[in-house]
Each structure stands twice: as structure tokens, then as C-alpha cells.
Design a protein around this ligand. Structure first.
Ligand SMILES: [Zn+2]
Ligand SMILES: [Zn+2]
Length: 287
């Protein structure tokens, strides 16, 4: 909720005219309590989980020869029913765990100092904060993911995410409820350490989920804009991790490749050398 009665008061407080985006934000958020703005994140997550995998779903169902050459595990074909089942499972976990967790986490968000008022952040501020969030999340989730591949972690928790050895977009958030909560910590760490504006907080979660859906899509699309991001792992990179499954000891990172390179987990396990031939891995990890 903004501490101004009207636009003039806001402009007087800022000592300048509001930008178009700030006027829109004022009109939208002036009378909304902060907790309600925080809860928007739940809607955005549902929207992303429900819509971002759809283009991949249509690609998969089209069975187009042109697109099929981009399919990483080309022998695996998912039906509409397969995808619908995965989506329903994800939504069930979301309703039972993620939603209530988001609802109850507001006091924590408030503590971090994520702001909701004016001025809105500049594009530069948003960009650098997002870079920091991605780096923090990538590094910490790398280590969490490695722990989840311990015998105990895999058997009790992580095996569920690996049920899809050939992942699909809808399977990105398909995981044990406790894994979703555990991996929420690395995602939340960036905004907690470098708090910004709530609009950037929303954007961060949306981008991170879109990225997760892309790397689980099962397609390595050569025209994807993410190809221009330095050290970006991508779909093929993560698909290999799923393909190897339980015994996977490589490709742990969720976004970039540098952690796997630094800590020596960018290597294919010798036991799987031959398996690489069975899938369309264009850039298989080093042997
Ligand atoms: Zn894993
Ligand atoms: Zn995965």
C-alpha cells in the first residue's frame, strides 16, 4: 500500500513527474496491502506452470518431422494424457504445499525489505539484481542437488523428480513436496540478500520457472534466445542428467555450466559412455 493519497502527493514526494510505468503502478497498487501484492506470486507461478509448457506440448503432439530433429530423446513420445497427468500431479502439489507455503511466508518476505512503493526500479537495477539472483540460486541449488543424489536423498526425495527419464515441460516442477520447499531456499536467497522491488521479485520467479520449463522441455531448439547466454546449460545438458537418472553424477547445475566444470561433475560416467549414442546429445559432457 502506498503512503500517498493521490498522484500529486507521490510526485511531490519524489520531486519529479512519475513515469508511465510508475503511474500504472500507483493506480494498481495504491490501495492494495503489501501481503496481497506478495500473494500475486502464487498467481504468477500457476500461470507460468500452466502456460509456459504449452508450446512444447503442441510441438510434441504435432509429431512434425521438422521439429523432431530437435527432440533430445527422439524415441520417447509423450501423449496428451501423459502430459495432462503430469500437470495434474504438479498442480496438486502446488495447491497442497507451494500455495500454503507462499501464503504463510509473507512475514519472512517483509523481513527481507523487499519494497513495494515508488520509485520503481530502473532497468539497470532490475538487470543486475536478476543476474545476482540467478548466480546465487545456481550455485546453492547445485550443492543441494548434489546432496539429493546421495543414497538417502535420492531414495527418500529426489527419485520422484527423476521419474521422467525423458523430461517434458510440465515435469519441471514435478518433484517430492519437500524438494520443492528445499529448492525454494536457493530461489529465495537472492532476493533476501539483495532485496529489490516486488515487481523484480515476481519477474525473478517467473524467469526462473520459464528457464526450468525450457531445460525440461525435451527439445534443444537452435533458435532459442537462451543460446546467447554465456555458460548456459540448456535442455540438452539437463536432459542428460535425467536420462542417466539415479546414478547420475554429472550435470547438476540448474542454469549455468560453470559449477559442474569447477567441481568436476561435467564428466560422463564411464558406465554411460555407450548410452550417449542412444540420444541426440549434440554436446554430451566430456568423457
Ligand atoms: Zn537429479
Ligand atoms: Zn530436472
Amino acid at each position: 500500500m502506498l503512503p500517498y493519497q493521490n498522484l500529486h502527493q507521490a510526485e511531490a514526494a519524489l520531486g519529479r513527474e512519475l513515469t508511465v510505468a510508475e503511474k500504472l503502478w500507483f493506480n494498481y497498487s495504491a490501495n492494495k496491502p503489501d501481503y496481497l501484492l506478495h500473494y500475486h506470486n502464487i498467481l504468477f507461478l500457476v500461470l507460468v506452470y500452466s502456460t509456459a509448457p504449452l508450446p512444447y506440448m503442441f510441438i510434441e503432439l504435432s509429431r512434425s518431422k521438422k521439429i523432431e530433429k530437435h527432440k533430445i530423446q527422439s524415441k520417447v513420445k509423450n501423449s496428451f494424457q501423459d502430459m495432462l497427468k503430469c500437470y495434474k500431479d504438479v498442480m496438486r502439489t502446488f495447491i497442497v504445499v507451494v500455495g500454503p507455503f507462499q501464503l504463510s511466508s509473507y512475514p519472512l518476505i517483509k523481513l527481507t525489505g523487499i519494497r513495494t512503493g515508488l520509485p520503481l526500479p530502473s532497468g539497470r537495477e532490475m538487470f543486475w539484481q536478476l543476474i545476482v539472483y540467478f548466480l546465487i540460486e545456481d550455485y546453492t541449488s547445485y550443492w543441494v542437488h548434489r546432496l539429493l543424489h546421495s543414497n538417502w536423498g535420492y531414495e527418500k526425495i529426489h527419485h520422484l523428480h527423476h521419474e521422467y527419464s525423458a523430461p517434458m515441460g510440465f515435469a519441471a516442477p514435478y518433484a517430492h513436496w519437500s524438494e520443492i520447499l528445499i529448492l525454494g531456499v536457493p530461489a529465495f536467497l537472492g532476493p533476501a540478500l539483495v532485496p529489490g522491488h516486488i515487481t523484480n521479485y515476481w519477474l525473478w520467479f517467473v524467469l526462473r520457472q520459464v528457464e526450468a520449463i525450457e531445460i525440461h522441455s525435451g527439445y534443444d531448439l537452435s533458435w532459442s534466445p537462451t543460446k546467447f547466454i554465456p555458460f548456459y546449460g540448456g535442455a540438452e545438458y539437463h536432459d542428460y542428467h535425467h536420462y542417466v537418472g539415479r546414478r547420475s553424477q554429472s550435470n547438476f547445475a540448474s542454469v549455468f555450466t560453470y559449477c559442474d566444470y569447477l567441481y568436476g561433475t561435467d564428466k560422463v560416467s564411464p558406465a554411460f559412455d555407450n548410452d550417449v549414442e542412444n540420444i541426440n546429445l549434440l554436446h554430451a559432457p566430456a568423457t
